[in-house]
Design a protein around this ligand. Sequence first.
Ligand code: MOS
Length: 734
Amino acid sequence: MDMNQPAPPNALDENAHGWIGKDLDRVDGRLKATGTAPYAYEVKEAGPAAYGWIVEATIGKGRVREVDTGEAERMPGVLLVLTHRNAPQQAGFTLEAQDRFSRPWPELDDDEVAYYGEPVAFVVAEMLEQARAAALAVRVTYEPAEAAFDLHAQLDALEKPDDEGKPDSALGDFDTAFAAADVRIDATYTTPFHIHAQMEPHAALAWWEDERLVVHCSTQMLESAQRRVAATLQLPLEKVRMVSRYIGGGFGGKLPVWSDVVLSALAARELQRPVKTAMTRQQMFHLTSHRTATIQRLRLGAGRDGVLQAIGHEAYSHSARFDDFFETAANQTRSLYAAPHRMTRHRVARLDLPLADSCRAPGEAVGMLALECAMDELAHALGLDPVELRLRNEPKEDPEKHVPYSTRQLVQCLREGARRFGWDRRNPQPGAVREGRWRIGLGMCATTRSNMLREGKCHVRLDESGTLHARMAMTDIGTGTYTVLTQIAAEMLGLPPERVRIALGDSDFPPTPGSGGSFGAATSGSALYDACEKLRAKLAHSAGIDPAQARFGDGRITGGGKTATLAVLARDGGVEADGEIEPGEMAQKYSHQAYGAQFAEVAVDGDSGEVRLRRLLGVFAAGRILNPKTARSQVLGGMVWGVGNALHEEAVLDTRHGFFANHDLAEYHVAAHADIPEIEVVFLPEIDDKANPLKIKGIGELGICGAGAAVANAIFNATGVRVRDYPITLDKIL
Ligand code: MOS
């Protein structure tokens, strides 16, 4: 089915069995909690594997002059040392591909070093310790080259990204309207490099079955992974099988597959035995992607009534020199608030750094740190309450696309959040509220994240015992996909969850785009919904029941005075159906976002500048909520990360050598338990029939979008100090 029309009323709306919206425990929870849900590195089915270890370049740019592998090759247990001199032939990197994660990505294909950490050798040994020791014995000398690592030093050399990425937008006459506005804010914000810090490091286990490659790895998207590996190794697509059944977090860092996958596959073919490779935490900082640092200039011009006349958002970041990805930090500013005169612009520096790519909520996560702080600055300059300022700039339609919103409850989120948080107790005078040494402040922000649907397929089969089996090449990256898909199928067929088996994580299953961009549940769930609809029709037909009258429940189908047992209908080898979803015209006819409002209370030590978060509340409207428990966890994780963006997270680039100095979790600080108080999450009732047949919106990335600005605005309210350089560490407050 395709979304060319709003979704009609359906069985999920009716929810006769109550599985939709139920806080079902994770169906894989027991496996996870007992350590029996194997990650790729722990998969046993290929037998004992040899261990790979990646040797990283120790310069930021240049070429390998000499590489001496002699000592490493003579060390105990060493099976293979690959360098650019003996690496097998692979396809060259190119920007031309179906999508950026499908591009060929060869390893050790030449002597060039394009970024710090790029693999320059790969060691395989019988034992992990042997591989690591031999990796240390590989001697590499380099010829360094001139390089550019520092965005701030390249501001005269910024480039406009390819127009296909829609880097600019303009409406009306921004410059004139801004100059004429009664009240103006012109402020520049900076955000640092962020890394994904997934719990499970990237890892791959590869082996060959005859001429077919099998790779278990930790990836969010199996279809593009399969295309990348096939293209790189110059194999037909069907000769590559990618498997990723359990994944310990993705957050965008596992949208593509990396050197662990390709090097393990190459070595497994050379050695004719399974090879597995895990990245260390330190290696992940350079061998995978990161979120770019940004510089963002916000210009807001309003009348004394608080009505915006001009909105300008310019975002500067970088692309890796060989790549074209850029952080779309100004995109949400195109649709969030009304104003007749508007301008957004993205510019990039080309830097000799590892690949910059998506990190949870690419665009909004850091774009909202700037926009929502600027809105707070404007409210202060106007002497207007920040909630009221946002209410006065609520658009009637998407102000740049000129189409209606599919659903938008930002106003309701703001009002409900303000009520629950006790916002009316906020003293608008900064620095006015004290408790001993502590200065107390309240802050808030709006939240928005784009909502997407992609193309996906699903196969279902009802077996002779009356159990439903669904399969698709979707992933569960820790979000609860297995669980919400179980609920959809249980509701559609009137089966208890124990009678539903969802199989994911295998490129041999029907294609889906996987987990990313918060489109995972909607896409895979809609394909499953469609498959279940078709299965219901088949079952009704074979029971002689009009499908429109058919009711499913207790393992039976009933209607028109007839009844039949599902297991009986499936007795001759089962009943099967295929489902699919395509985005269709609804994607263009409506503006699709999820919304929220977040409220923070902080205490700032007047002597040391130490910030303690006291309360955080998020009220969200994001379509139908399939499972309040997993949904809350998703949004909660995003909010915690938002607090980290405000107060802790920063990968510090050594701009002389192009590497991240604090490349481990001891020095790259993420929010820890002691940093996080009780967080309250509220979902408002919402049904979005323009989004997908499930009428849901994506929620994985929603919580992070703006949360940090609520904290920053609370710090201003507490202290009167406006820090525009994230993270807001105590030295910047004093
Ligand atoms: Mo996401 S940053 O597309 O996991």
